[in-house]
Design a protein. Structure first.
Length: 294
């Protein structure tokens, strides 16, 4: 019993930095994972990955001007993420390129620019911290940022829920309904992108700009293997993200591994388990196949 306490409860009971990391990770699990479910349903899974890289130049500029100032880097990241999404949309409308192709090209340029800026201004340690984060290094301002973003995100998602569901499953009906009421259907898309960007920015301190999208997408993809209903997928994604966060923090503490990659590794492990044993996974599909007799 004592060994179980030391492994599972002791680190959080004994150290304040572990408690801050736990709260930040759970807050991200509640707010980011449901957004990942909508990204997968809208066939925009790669958008989250692209935007997580696209925020880097803004974070770098904030770092260059104000040092390791979390508000400055967060503001720069939000502006950069929204700017890249807007530029990709303009390019796709003005040329024959699809939006995913233009977004991929622009985010790669943004990633290269951000790494170059940080490398010129800061040390190798600063670059690693921004790229991969440190959940165990979350301070009080960082925790306040994550908690604020999570609160705003959950409230906004609840308010936008009906419109997002309609846009995801029946965009024609939403456009017709919006036309009758005099509203603009693109507002749902832009509001949703804003929520994705601010959650990625909130996650960069704990998971880094390269890893923040992992807690958003891996549990979301995994949850689709377990449930058909949207509400169940949203709850399952948040639960898996929370479990991966807790397990990742504990493993990172006991094994002395980087916290961000360890958390994402745990999320990947849960995804692998889902691929095997979930109702839509490999093993149940094998068992459902009719067996030939004779």
């Amino acid at each position: 019993m004592m060994l179980l306490w030391e492994w599972l409860i002791g680190p959080f009971a004994e150290f304040a930095f572990m408690r801050r990391a736990l709260v930040a990770t759970l807050a991200l699990a509640i707010s980011a994972a449901p957004l990942g479910v909508f990204l997968t349903l809208r066939r925009m899974s790669l958008l989250g990955d692209a935007l997580s890289h696209a925020v880097l130049p803004g974070v770098a500029i904030g770092f260059m001007l104000f040092g390791l100032s979390l508000p400055a880097m967060a503001l720069g990241g939000v502006v950069a993420g929204l700017l890249v999404a807007a530029i990709a949309g303009v390019v796709s409308r003005a040329t024959s390129l699809k939006e995913d192709a233009s977004l991929a090209a622009i985010y790669l340029v943004a990633l290269a620019l951000g790494v170059t800026l940080i490398s010129r201004q800061g040390s190798q340690l600063d670059l690693l911290h921004i790229l991969f984060g440190s959940a165990l290094g979350v301070d009080a301002p960082g925790l306040l940022l994550v908690a604020s973003v999570a609160s705003v995100s959950v409230i906004a998602l609840a308010a936008l829920y009906r419109g997002l569901v309609l846009e995801t499953f029946d965009p024609v009906f939403l456009a017709a309904s919006a036309g009758r009421k005099g509203s603009r259907p693109w507002i749902w898309q832009q509001s949703f992108l804003m929520l994705v960007v601010i959650n990625l920015v909130a996650g960069f301190q704990t998971l880094g700009t390269l890893m923040a999208v992992g807690l958003m997408m891996l549990p979301a993809v995994s949850s689709r293997l377990w449930h058909d209903s949207l509400s169940a997928q949203l709850l399952n994604a948040s639960a898996q993200a929370a479990l991966a966060g807790v397990a990742g923090l504990l493993l990172s503490y006991h094994l002395d591994t980087p916290s961000g990659p360890t958390i994402i590794g745990c999320a990947g492990l849960l995804y692998g388990v889902s691929l095997l044993i979930s109702p839509s996974g490999w093993l149940p599909q094998i068992l459902k196949r009719p067996h030939r007799v004779g």
